[in-house]
Write a protein that binds this ligand. Structure first.
Ligand SMILES: *Cc1c(COP(=O)(O)O)cnc(C)c1O
Length: 377
């Protein structure tokens, strides 16, 4: 099989057979001509299937080593489709460090399901939370915003031994850095809004799997619920994916430098980055990831006031939610991305700042952070 970079650029994207265009055309048509009733070229109606979306689905599925992949209108729409495959009363063991919107979807929308938040970097905690009706283990690794690392092969074994499935939110790692299906996971979900799109200009989601029965369910839900991305959204994500490998290399390099600088800084209390040897998940990350990613979180000795001051002082690091694009961002999880989990087991330290380290010049990024940290003395 072709290498990752080759698949990213070519999978699902042959030259257009009609014009020779080397980029998949943006197919805006909502409906497709049939030569006789029921006789068509694979597309009938764009909610059900669209050629631009099909190119994206083939491409990302191949990057995840999946036989099957479906694109959704957002990461949460993709997660929603996975949760809809469950029956009322089914139970999930979920990481206790989770994207806030995933928690909201479980707690406020899929109220027919039960879930137990658990520190999934500790397998015995998952075992203790297990119930007879547990059907899914849901994990982010590295997690948001603490960059905790879970052992995917071990979690997959645990889930399978008890008749459940493992879902991995691979948004932070991307398929370039981590291949959950190869490690035994049953499903991968993505917010393609982040690294896969990579340019902060499109919202999207994805589900990938090798299990035919899950694939059939997800395809049915994609069509029946209809949370599909527009053809232009698909075009943008597909364009982003072409450079994923080179972008991730720079994200990792810059984030590694930022983490080392912060770990050395007097104003900084704890740095959370799986690439630091002191990180509790470092050994597992080194084994199951190709690099340590572009996300870095840290707390300050000065607590929340210092965190708010630094967040307001950086210039290159833009104060904004989201992550995974070429430009560097800084945010304050407890008041921004994780505000909806305040008071729950998912709540985060108000002294915490989260960086999405971009692909700018690394020296400029270090200088910007150093200047902002000097404002708090
Ligand atoms: C952003 C994000 C989501 C949700 O994706 P949307 O595209 O915003 O709906 C899910 N999981 C993680 C880890 C995320 O960062």
């Amino acid at each position: 099989m072709a290498g990752f970079e080759t698949l990213a650029i070519h999978s699902g994207q042959p030259s257009d057979p009609v014009t020779g265009a080397v980029v998949p055309p943006l197919h805006l048509a909502t409906t497709f001509a049939q030569s006789a009733v029921g006789v068509h070229r694979g597309f009938e109606y764009s909610r059900t299937g669209n050629p631009t979306r099909a190119a994206l689905e083939t491409c990302i599925a191949s990057l995840e080593g999946a036989a099957f992949g479906r694109a959704f209108a957002s990461g949460l729409a993709a997660e929603d489709a996975v949760l809809r495959t469950l029956d009322p009363g089914d139970h999930l063991v979920v990481g206790d460090n989770l994207y806030g919107g995933t928690h909201r979807l479980l707690a406020q929308v899929h109220t027919q399901l039960r879930f137990s938040p658990v520190a999934l970097d500790d397998l015995s905690a998952a075992e203790r939370a297990w119930r007879p009706e547990t059907r899914l283990v849901w994990v982010e690794t590295p997690s948001n915003p603490y960059l905790r690392v879970a052992d995917l092969a071990a979690l997959a074994d645990l889930a399978h031994a008890r008749g459940a499935r493992l879902v991995v939110d691979n948004t932070f790692a991307t398929p370039y850095l981590q291949s959950p299906l190869a490690l035994g996971a049953d499903l991968v979900v993505h917010s393609t809004t982040k690294y896969l799109g990579g340019h902060s200009d499109v919202v999207g989601g994805f589900v990938a799997t090798n299990a035919p029965e899950i694939a059939a369910d997800v395809a049915r839900l994609q069509n029946s619920v209809g949370a599909v991305p527009s053809p232009f959204d698909c075009f943008l994500v597909l364009r982003g994916v072409k450079t994923l490998a080179v972008r991730m290399e720079r994200h990792c390099a810059n984030a590694g430098r930022v983490a080392a600088m912060l770990a050395d800084h007097d104003a900084v209390d704890t740095v959370y980055y799986p690439g630091l040897p002191a990180h509790p998940g470092h050994a597992i990350a080194a084994r199951q990831m190709r690099g340590f990613g572009g996300m870095v979180s840290f707390t300050l000795h000065g607590g929340e006031p210092a965190a708010l001051e630094v967040a307001a002082s950086t210039q290159l690091f833009t104060l904004a939610e989201s992550l995974g694009a070429v430009e560097s961002l800084i945010e304050h999880p407890s008041r921004m991305t994780h505000a909806s989990v305040a008071g729950s087991p998912f709540a985060v330290d108000p002294a915490l700042l989260r960086l999405s380290v971009g692909i700018e010049d690394g020296d400029d990024l270090l200088e910007d952070l150093d200047r902002a940290l000097s404002t708090i003395g």
